[in-house]
Every structure is written in C-alpha cells, then in structure tokens.
Design a binder for this molecule. Structure first.
Ligand SMILES: Cc1cc2nc3c(=O)[nH]c(=O)nc-3n(C[C@H](O)[C@H](O)[C@H](O)COP(=O)(O)O)c2cc1C
Length: 178
C-alpha cells in the first residue's frame, strides 16, 4: 500500500466552503468525499466537480452502505477532516447516526481510532456567512451550538472554530504523520 492519505469530507455548507476548498485543493495525498447536499451546494457556489477531479480523487454519496469506509480498516487514511460540517451532519454525528457517506466516515474513523478534525458551521450564536448571493447574518440555534459543544467531547476528535485554526491543525497533523 502507498503512504496513508488524508480523507476530507465536504458537506452542504455555504459557510466557509470557499476557504476550505482554497486550502484543501492545494494539499497532496487527499481523497475528497462529498455529501449529496455538498454536491448541490458546490454547484450553487460555482464549482465544477470535473475541475476538482483533476486535482484529487472525489467520492460522491451514491450507495446506501458507504463502501469506501472500509478503507479506514485497511489503514488507508491517517486522518479524517470534515470541513465545513453542516448543522445536520454534526447533529447526526453526535447522536451516533451514520446513514450517509460523510456520517459513516466520521463514525468509522472513530471506530478505527483515526483522528478527526472537524470545522462545524455553528460555532457562535451570531455569524456572518456567505450565501450564493452574498453575505448574510445567521443565528445558530441552541440545539446547533449544543451539537458543536457535544462533538468537542468525542474521542479522536478535534473541533476547530475558525478557518485559521483548521489550517493550523491540519498542517500540524500532516507534519506529525510525515
Ligand atoms: C446555498 C446553500 C447553503 C447552505 N449553507 C449551509 C450552511 O452554511 N450550514 C448548514 O448547516 N446548512 C447549510 N445549508 C443546508 C444544508 O445543505 C442542508 O441542511 C443539507 O440537508 C445538509 O446535508 P449534509 O449534512 O448531508 O451535507 C445550505 C443549503 C444551501 C442550499
């Protein structure tokens, strides 16, 4: 087997999607996973999957049993990054639900003791975000913030609150496994 790789999942979030892509598309040895909503949202923000596929392997959510998760059991990935992570995906993850490609990746990474770095959308009660038409304000609910807080307590999980911290944590991890 080649050197272990980084698995990066994108969910259906407009919040910091551009900043996450700007960073991750510059990395080597990354496999990109995209939720069904992520695929739609990427299109709404003007991204073409064809161009992304030229830079790295892309896995879409097309099967009920999320077959690629088996790769964690083979030591294929050293780290799982979920960024940006929607309120929906975070809510499922903290309940232990794994009924989609991305929620399965998070669950299986944990079960294989592979560290996850997660950048949730809901990190503060009031945030500016980028809708397809421009900037808007968003006010995450108590339940959304509770999801983020609960995720921080999960084993093998590092939750970051900013893109800057996401970059620092991912780069530190890549250095550690190099
Ligand atoms: C243009 C657009 C932007 C969105 N941005 C966000 C977002 O920033 N955060 C969020 O939690 N949901 C956002 N959503 C809603 C999610 O895509 C939706 O909850 C979806 O079911 C999430 O599925 P997933 O978690 O499997 O990706 C957005 C939807 C659209 C259409």
């Amino acid at each position: 087997m080649d050197k272990p790789r980084l698995a990066w999942a994108i969910t259906g979030s407009g919040h910091y999607i551009k900043e996450c892509l700007d960073f991750l598309l510059r990395l080597d040895h990354v496999d990109l996973y995209i939720s069904q909503a992520g695929e739609e949202v990427l299109r709404m923000y003007g991204y073409d999957l064809k161009n992304i596929r030229e830079l790295m392997p892309v896995y879409r959510d097309k099967a009920a049993s999320a077959p690629p998760v088996g790769l964690f059991y083979k030591g294929y990935y050293h780290t799982f990054v979920m960024a940006p992570a929607t309120s929906n995906t975070v809510a499922k993850c903290v309940l232990g639900i794994s009924d989609s490609l991305v929620t399965n990746l998070y669950a299986q990474a944990g079960k294989c003791k592979v560290p996850s770095i997660v950048f949730p959308c809901d990190t503060a009660p009031e945030m500016e975000t980028t809708a397809p038409g421009g900037k808007v304000m968003v006010y995450p609910r108590k339940i959304d913030l509770e999801g983020t807080a609960k995720l921080r307590t999960f084993e093998y999980t590092t939750v970051v609150d900013t893109v800057e911290d996401l970059i620092v944590k991912v780069e530190a991890r890549l250095k550690a496994v190099a």
